[in-house]
Design a protein around this ligand. Sequence first.
Ligand SMILES: C[S@@+](CC[C@H](N)C(=O)[O-])C[C@H]1O[C@@H](n2cnc3c(N)ncnc32)[C@H](O)[C@@H]1O
Length: 224
Amino acid sequence: MTIATEAEAQAWLRDGLEVDAATMERLAHLVSLLLEENERQNLVARGTLPHVWVRHIVDSAQLLHVSRETLPAGEWLDLGTGAGFPGLAIAALQPQRPVTLVDSRRLRTEWLQRAADVLGLGNVRVVLSRVEDLPSGPHAVISARAFAPLDKLVTLSARFSTPDTVWLLPKGAGAAQELQMLPESWNHMFHVEQSLTDANAGVICGRLLGGSPPRPSNAKGKRK
Ligand SMILES: C[S@@+](CC[C@H](N)C(=O)[O-])C[C@H]1O[C@@H](n2cnc3c(N)ncnc32)[C@H](O)[C@@H]1O
């Protein structure tokens, strides 16, 4: 199944993900704030504006659905959140879950904080920082969309993960190839799930196990 239209996106949220009416309203409010702010700053690609529900809201919300396992409770860390995807949409969908949104661009984090305030999302923590400079610490879920190639992303972010952490990484058409290129010594249980919003794209899901964690010397994305 591929969700292609705005009507299909909203129907899937209501019927597939069983999002309640109040949350649908919150998401609609997020969409209108985004469209308004996009007039002032380039938050998302203009070509995606007619399809915000498909390209951003459901593309984010699918992370609550595509993984083969139940997501652990606890803090969700979204790296390179940009305009808010997937992290801000997840926070709107799961207002009881603490969600940390990290981005290195001040304008983006100011927007994220404003949007979270207007939407009344007290579960959101916005952090203006490079991922490289964040303090280490475990998180229940790690997500990142369009942030970095998989090997670099895992290298940068392994220190926020335990073997119980679930990683959810929406990728493009090259998801399976990116996964294949991870060094064999890395002990992981990642797999690719079909994206609900793009027949050619995949979501890399799974866990990073102990044993051979990536070393910081790989931080620039170089493979040995
Ligand atoms: C291509 S955008 C993707 C934004 C969003 N995740 C999405 O998919 O719509 C990448 C974002 O990562 C941020 N970024 C790039 N390098 C970063 C770093 N080292 N640490 C934190 N954020 C970074 C950029 O400021 C930008 O907002």
